[in-house]
Design a protein around this ligand. Structure first.
Ligand code: GLN
Length: 277
C-alpha cells in the first residue's frame, strides 16, 4: 500500500521513537499486515500520543482500514476526511477524474452532477481544476454526505453543493437539465463479490459496494434515467468493475449514447466507460 504524500495531518510526535516504531510494527505484523514498517511510520506521524499510536496499531492489526483509523486520505492530490459510513477513495478512480477533465473544458455556468458522491472525492477533484463549473454531489446516505460536506470545507471548494436523494428515482433525475456531464462511481460489486470481500472492505458500507446480483443494477437504471438530464453532446462517465466494461458500454449504446469508449486504469484494467448523448 502506498500512502499518498500529503494526506498526513500535522505531525504530532516530533521524534519517532525507534522502540515505539518497532513495537507498532510487531503488533501489525502479528495481525498479518503486509507493510508493517511503513504503516507503523504513518501511524506515528498521525497519532497524538504513544498510547494513541498503540491503540491504532491494535485496531489495524484486526484489519480495520488504515484510512479510517487515520481519518484522512489523499485522492487526486487533495486531502479527504474518511471514516465508517463512507467508501474510501481509491487510486483507480483517478482515471475517471482524468477522463472527464480531458473531455469537458471548464466553462462559466456549466453544471456537472456526481451521482453516489460518497466522500465527494470525484466532484471535489474536478471542482479544484474546473473552478467555473458548478458541481452537485448526490447521495442517498446522509452519513456519507456529512463527509462530503466536511471535504467541501477542507478543500475550500466554492463550486460544489450536495443533495441527499436516491439517484435511481425518476424524480431526482427530473430535477436536472442541460448537464455538461453526469459522472458516477456506483456500487458495482456482485452478490458473489460480496461473499468474498477482503477483511478491510468489510468495514466499508455495503450500500456503497453492492450493485445487485450481477453488479450492474446502477448502470442499467442510471443510463436510462439520467440521459434526459444531459445537454445534447453531454458526457456520461462511469467507473466500472474491471470485468464490466463491455456490458456497460453496450448499455450505453442501447440507450442511444454515441462515441462510447472504455479506458484502462494505471494497473491496466478496464475501469472507465464513457458515452456522449
Ligand atoms: N472499487 C471498490 C472495490 O473494489 C468497489 C467500489 C464500488 O463498488 N464502486 O472494493
Amino acid at each position: 500500500m502506498v500512502r499518498p504524500a500529503d494526506a498526513a495531518g500535522p505531525r504530532q510526535m516530533k521524534r519517532m521513537e525507534p522502540m515505539l516504531l518497532r513495537r507498532l510494527a510487531e503488533t501489525l505484523r502479528a495481525g498479518g499486515i503486509e507493510d508493517a514498517e511503513l504503516e507503523a511510520k504513518w501511524i506515528t506521524e498521525d497519532a497524538a500520543s504513544e498510547a494513541d499510536a498503540l491503540e491504532i496499531a491494535q485496531r489495524r492489526a484486526k484489519h480495520e482500514p488504515l484510512q479510517y483509523l487515520l481519518g484522512t486520505w489523499e485522492f487526486y492530490g487533495l486531502p479527504f476526511c474518511v471514516g465508517e459510513g463512507v467508501l474510501i477513495p481509491r487510486a483507480d478512480t483517478e482515471t475517471l477524474v482524468d477522463a472527464v477533465r480531458m473531455r469537458i473544458p471548464d466553462a462559466a455556468g456549466q453544471q456537472i452532477a456526481d451521482l453516489c458522491t460518497g466522500s465527494g472525492c470525484i466532484a471535489l477533484a474536478l471542482a479544484a481544476h474546473m473552478p467555473l463549473t458548478q458541481f452537485t454531489g448526490i447521495d442517498i446516505s446522509g452519513q456519507a454526505l456529512q463527509y462530503a460536506q466536511k471535504n467541501i470545507a477542507l478543500n475550500g471548494a466554492r463550486n460544489m453543493r450536495t443533495e441527499c436523494a436516491d439517484v435511481l428515482a425518476g424524480e431526482t433525475a427530473a430535477q436536472y437539465h442541460g448537464l455538461a456531464a453526469v459522472v458516477c462511481n456506483p456500487p458495482y460489486l456482485t452478490a458473489e463479490d460480496m461473499q468474498n470481500l477482503q477483511a478491510e472492505v468489510r468495514y466499508e458500507p455495503a450500500l456503497a459496494l453492492f450493485g445487485g446480483t450481477d453488479g450492474l443494477d446502477f448502470y442499467r437504471r442510471i443510463t436510462a434515467l439520467w440521459r434526459g438530464a444531459l445537454a445534447e453532446g453531454g458526457l456520461l462517465a462511469f467507473e466500472t468493475g474491471c470485468t464490466q466494461g463491455d456490458a456497460v458500454r453496450e448499455l450505453l449504446s442501447d440507450n442511444g449514447f454515441h462515441e462510447t469508449e472504455i479506458l484502462r486504469d494505471l494497473s491496466g484494467n478496464p475501469r472507465v466507460v464513457l458515452g456522449r448523448k
